[in-house]
Design a protein around this ligand. Structure first.
Ligand code: F6R
Length: 244
């Protein structure tokens, strides 16, 4: 629990930088799972600052994003491809060929094969060294909505009504919010060597309390993280206010 989201984001960026540098010194890639949305923005800003001012290099970094709306193209205003370019990739020395984000434009019949390959690629690299997460107000991680099994695979999912409502403003109305998305499965997230979940603000306090202190249940996928051997919830004070 940190006094502010700023301080917390700096600490998380430092942890990511440590992993990147450690892997660099071993001559190995750092395999990072990344999230979009408002929660990680300051972490990415801090990583960019470290790149510019402290010479942090991302040349050995390979990234896999959690999710993408189906069927948004990479240049659509709300697409996560665009978000990642604007918030991080365009401002650091990462090789664009090493940045992976689910392809939201695939025809339905090709999605399953794509998802299998996405997971295989992560596994071939030895799994995720670090997974950054946010949490939805319904307890989703990635777009693993309530009802997602702990062993769920990377797949096309129908978005929950809460998720669509929360995205409505960004899309200029509920009717414009996609109904489906591709998400990394819970199983892959649970296999990451380290998981850090970010949550800021009063509006996330109730769901964070349930995820941390309540029962582990498929109705709240973030609660699965209670069973992860190396997980941390990084919160600001207002978000942690309801914790016992
Ligand atoms: C985004 C993602 C989602 C968000 C969650 C919280 O890639 O996977 O699970 O992390 O919806 O979103 P924000 O941070 O906007 O509150």
């Amino acid at each position: 629990i940190y006094g502010s989201a700023d301080a917390a984001s700096r600490a998380v960026a430092e942890e990511m930088a440590r992993i990147i540098r450690q892997k660099q010194s071993e001559g190995r890639p750092a395999v990072l799972g990344l999230a979009t949305g408002s929660s990680p923005k300051k972490v990415y800003a801090e990583l960019i600052r470290m790149h510019r001012q402290e010479g942090l290099s991302f040349r050995n970094v390979i990234t896999f994003n959690l999710d993408e709306y189906h069927s948004l193209g990479p240049d659509a205003l709300q697409s996560y491809h665009r978000f990642m370019r604007e918030q991080l990739f365009d401002h650091i020395d990462i090789d664009p060929a090493k940045c992976h984000i689910p392809d939201g434009t695939l025809p339905f019949q090709e999605v399953h094969h794509f998802c299998q390959q996405y997971e295989q690629h992560i596994n071939d690299l030895g799994g995720l060294d670090f997974q950054l997460l946010g949490i939805g107000r319904n307890g989703h991680i990635g777009f693993n909505e309530p009802g997602s099994h702990v062993n769920s695979r990377t797949r096309l999912i129908t978005l929950d009504q809460t998720t669509r409502n929360d995205a409505a403003t960004e899309f200029g109305g509920l009717a414009n919010v996609p109904r489906k998305a591709i998400t990394l499965g819970v199983r892959v997230i649970m296999q990451a060597k380290r998981v850090v979940l970010l949550a800021w603000g009063e509006h996330k306090a109730a769901i964070v309390k349930q995820a941390v202190e309540g029962p582990v249940t498929e109705t709240l996928p973030a609660s699965y993280l209670q069973g992860h051997p190396n997980v941390q919830f990084v919160l600001d004070e207002s978000c942690a206010a309801s914790l016992t």
